[in-house]
Write a protein that binds this ligand. Structure first.
Ligand SMILES: Nc1nc2c(c(=O)[nH]1)N[C@H]1C(S)=C(S)[C@@H](COP(=O)(O)O)O[C@H]1N2
Ligand SMILES: [Mo]
Length: 489
């Protein structure tokens, strides 16, 4: 057999094998693609000094460098296997089987991949062995041209189809593959009297679908956990790169935290509450060793959004969250990981799809919204909202006023309500779950038929009662008492 034809036989067989694996992986989770699984296993096996070197040398191209290197190695193996099989197809078949087994081992070694995923490297093994023997026979019968063309065509079609199908379902596959996130420290059980949902407050825990969503992303960044990394650098002694697996293998904590958007108007909807699972940023930063003089944690998302958080807040209570309400984060809320810092508005803390943590100073870096007119430092203001009655509603019978109050991280101590400018009356409060969460309240009023206006105001645990002055959300959050007008019939 001519060397060129022998080499091409090996090369095409290996391409066909990878393409078949990629196609099957589109259905069982793209990270099961033998090609990607071997790459990810290589990343995991890489010592962290080499990883840090690759990231600092090639930046975000480090993955491209790795995958290109793998193409060259794999092509080389294919050519060598072909050349070794000039008289008999056995050596090439053995290579196909050995590579298939390596692929299976790579897939099985990944803790984030389900059992079914093994079908992808199995498909590669079978295709590689079959195509190699088929081409080998065609070459010996001098009908190689047709065989080469068919194989190349089918391989390209399978690979492209796998990539298109796979990258579409990709993120959901990656989320599913993660399965349950079991925190070592669970958030305390939410007592039944934490909300007054039947009186019109939101439910204490907001579901992923109901959770408010604010971001600058035109399309939700689609990042798979298997390929995601978080870089920690800047004013630290030991820069680090964390993978999703490294984070989930640490002691996970669960905390109930209420997120709030600075652009929320008085009475507005941009506030929600969830059980977040993750690790303490403080633990990571202490491992990295924060240098003196740093006062800002500057976080960057995959889509380029940035936020700057005061380092003291972050060290005390910041989380790198990978789960929300018992599941991996929903794609819209930052999958695979986001920051959650109780007490800070989202735009200066809650970076979704976070990929980079830079320990720096406020003097040096400005987050996305700061040059656009918003304050660099934005702790959440003590506020409250009336959820029922609805504005301009009509009420039959007794009047129940119910709502929400928040003052993360101080906590809500008291909510008062008044009708028609009369005396303030203290509302009944829902269970005090955590100072990082909202607190629900309700009050029954005895109002005569006719038009009425009710107002509410919260007092936090530091003793501060929220300001009456109506301020716009720009630059650091709205203030003012929420009021609702309605009619009792
Ligand atoms: N990547 C990214 N993260 C982001 C934002 C963004 O625009 N891009 N918006 C922030 C703002 S302003 C808020 S209020 C919170 C909202 O988080 P949520 O959409 O999960 O409720 O995310 C923060 N994180
Ligand atoms: Mo926000």
């Amino acid at each position: 057999m001519k060397p060129a034809k022998a080499a091409l036989t090996g090369l095409l067989a290996i391409i066909a094998a990878l393409a078949a694996g990629h196609l099957v992986a589109a259905f069982v989770g793209l990270s099961a693609s033998p090609y990607l699984a071997v790459g990810n296993a290589a990343i995991d096996l890489t010592p962290s000094w080499l990883k840090d070197f690759a990231v600092s040398t090639f930046g975000t191209n480090d993955k491209l460098v790795l995958l290109t290197g793998m193409v060259i190695v794999i092509a080389g193996i294919g050519v060598a296997a072909g050349l070794a099989s000039r008289t008999s197809p056995t050596p090439g078949t053995v290579v196909a089987v050995v590579l298939g087994v390596v692929g299976i081992a790579a897939v099985l070694s990944r803790p984030d991949i389900g059992q079914l995923s093994v079908l992808a490297p199995l498909a590669s093994l079978a295709t590689g062995a079959y195509v190699f023997r088929y081409l080998h026979k065609e070459v010996q019968q001098d009908e190689s041209r047709r065989g080469f063309l068919i194989t190349a065509g089918l391989a390209v079609a399978a690979g492209v189809t796998g990539q298109v199908l796979g990258s579409r379902t990709d993120v959901e596959g990656s989320r599913r593959a993660i399965g349950d996130l079991t925190p070592k420290t669970k958030a305390p059980e939410i007592p039944v009297n934490a909300d007054f949902a039947k009186d019109g407050t939101p439910s204490f825990i907001t579901s992923g679908e109901d959770f408010y969503r604010i971001d600058t992303a035109l399309s939700v960044p689609r990042i798979r956990a298997e390929e995601w990394t978080l870089r920690v650098h800047g004013m630290v002694d030991r820069p680090m790169v964390l993978t999703f697996d490294e984070i989930r293998q640490r002691d996970l904590v669960e905390e109930t935290v209420t997120l709030t958007c600075v652009s929320n108007e008085v009475g507005g909807p941009y506030i929600s509450n969830a059980n977040f699972v993750g690790i303490k940023i403080g633990d990571v930063l202490r491992e990295a060793g924060v240098k003196s003089g740093a006062d800002q944690l500057f976080s960057t998302s995959d889509d380029g959004f940035t936020a700057g958080s005061p380092l003291d807040y972050v060290l005390e209570r910041g989380l790198i969250a990978i789960g929300m309400n018992g599941e991996p984060l929903p794609a819209e809320h930052g999958f695979p990981a986001r920051l959650v810092v109780p007490g800070l508005y989202g735009y200066v803390s809650a970076t979704k799809w976070v990929t980079d943590l830079n320990v720096t100073t406020f003097a040096k870096e400005q987050g996305y919204w700061i040059p656009r007119g918003w304050a660099a430092r934005a702790p959440i203001k003590t506020m409250s909202r009336i959820d029922r009655p609805k504005g301009f509603g009509k009420i039959q019978g007794r009047t129940v006023v119910a709502g929400t109050a928040w003052a993360q991280p101080k906590g809500v101590a008291k909510v008062e309500v008044r009708a028609d400018g009369g005396p303030w009356q203290e509302a009944e409060l829902g269970a005090d779950v955590s100072d990082s969460t909202w607190r629900m309240w309700r009050l029954e009023l005895d109002l005569k038929p006719g038009a009425h206006t009710v107002e509410c105001r919260a007092t936090d645990k530091s003793g501060y009662t929220q300001d009456q002055a109506r301020l716009d959300p720009v630059p650091d959050g709205a203030t003012g008492w929420h009021s609702i007008s309605f009619t009792v019939q």
